[in-house]
Design a protein around this ligand. Structure first.
Ligand SMILES: [Zn+2]
Length: 422
């Protein structure tokens, strides 16, 4: 694979745990215990195997989960805010006969997918995870709900992907694992790259968030040549009703580049598979780690980053970075305020600058505009983006750009694990 050494989060070499095809076939032949896994675990296996979760090489054991909860660090001292666990029931353990020391075959979509070295089988207080990570044990918090849905035991151990899945359109053109992403940055000659985390179809306020972040990141760099890039990194995972559909998010974000609002040599759209925990400040740190591993140098954080309801203060996800020593993260946070179209200014402006009575074209207003299907002014919503949202609704959303029951039921898999002989 070449001789390039890539350093990931924690100053350690980027993790890559993927078997070659021959070695994989051999493993499948020899492993007797086969355990089917959930969609969430299948995505986290990818994140581990390709290095998004570097320096983590597998699902966490008890010491790491405990340390992550108590100190927001792995037991070796590396900053880490959210436990990554493999959950399993007592029945599965006894039915499959899983013991510590075994290596088991994980199957997904009825195909061999990965191996898990069972180093530790343990239980852990879920309410402790909830309190420490989310700051609440209320079941209506979606992260808490996710923890509470975990089965009763966890398996800690290293994971190896043996059958890399095929990413399905339209997501395939945006899937760049960390090593691939870093090669792309090198080709582009980017020295500073800022991440824009998104779960939205962009209105002009979002466009300006990115411009703000680009300007702040670019700083005093030379301008004769493009050395600063913006990466839109869309989170793809389980959806909630009312969210924008994933296809509209990635395609519309990319349309800002295709339609020239951002130059080709300055902007790129990409995806990360991850089920949002809505952990607010802790999730902001987690996103910083994901993007460090992707090779980014800066990360934009807006108002209430990765928050939900009123569990976190609007800028809690900014202030958490004050508590982390600079040398413990190798990505620089860029804090941005809210941007929106102000009718009095007659342009897009932000909460730190505009002194007019706010008549915000916020996400909620934009949603109702989209729902009505009446094309808004290009100052609020780019016409190319608007047309594409409508097209995506027809093509992928069963008539709606927002997630419906029908979408949840019928949306195709984001990736397919190919059949494997062995
Ligand atoms: Zn104004």
């Amino acid at each position: 694979m070449g001789t390039d050494v890539y350093i990931g989060h924690g100053g350690k070499e980027l993790v890559e745990r993927i078997s070659g095809p021959d070695e994989a076939k051999e493993k499948v032949k020899n492993l007797k215990i086969k355990v089917p896994i959930s969609g969430q675990i299948s995505r986290e296996v990818l994140d581990i195997a390709y290095g998004w979760f570097s320096p983590i090489e597998g699902f966490m054991g008890r010491a790491d989960v405990e340390s992550v909860c108590n100190q927001m660090k792995l037991s070796d001292g590396t900053v880490w805010p959210i436990p990554i666990v493999f959950d399993v029931s007592e029945e599965e353990i006894s039915d499959y006969g899983i013991k510590e020391g075994d290596t088991i075959l994980l199957t997904y979509q009825n195909q061999p997918y990965a191996t898990l070295e069972v180093e530790e089988i343990y239980s852990f207080d879920k309410q402790k995870i909830n309190q420490d990570v989310y700051g609440t044990t209320e079941d209506k918090h979606p992260g808490v709900k996710r923890t509470n849905a975990f089965k009763d035991k966890f398996i800690g151990g290293k994971v190896t992907l043996i059958n890399p899945p095929k990413i399905n359109p339209p997501f395939d053109e945006f899937f760049f694992p960390p090593k691939v992403m870093r090669k792309k940055f090198k080709e582009k000659g980017w020295e500073r790259i800022v991440a824009h985390q998104t779960r939205n179809v962009p209105h002009t306020g979002h466009e300006w968030l990115m411009k703000h972040a680009w300007i702040a990141t670019h700083g005093d760099m030379k301008i004769e040549k493009t050395v600063t890039g913006i990466i839109v990194n869309a989170i793809i995972g389980e959806k909630r009703k009312g969210d924008y559909i994933d296809e509209a998010i990635v395609l519309c974000q990319d349309m800002l580049r295709k339609a020239g609002y951002f130059r080709d040599d300055v902007h790129m759209t990409s995806i990360t598979f991850w089920d949002m925990r809505y952990a607010g400040p802790r999730e902001a740190v987690f996103h910083a780690i994901l993007r460090t591993n992707l090779g980014l140098t800066h990360h934009m954080f807006g108002r209430d980053h990765a928050g939900v309801g009123s569990y976190y203060g609007p800028y809690d996800a900014h202030r958490i970075f004050d508590k982390i020593p600079k040398e413990d993260l190798s990505i620089t946070p860029i804090f941005v305020t809210e941007w929106w179209f102000c009718p009095t200014c007659g342009e897009v402006t932000c909460s730190s600058l505009c002194g007019h009575k706010p008549q915000r074209f916020s996400g909620t207003v934009i949603r109702s505009i989209i729902q009505d299907g009446v094309k808004p002014t290009r100052l609020i919503f780019r016409p190319e983006v608007f047309d594409l949202v409508m097209e995506c609704a027809e093509k992928y959303g069963f008539g709606s750009p927002f997630v419906t029951d029908e979408y949840l039921e019928k949306k195709p898999d984001r990736f397919t694990v190919p059949p494997m002989q062995g």
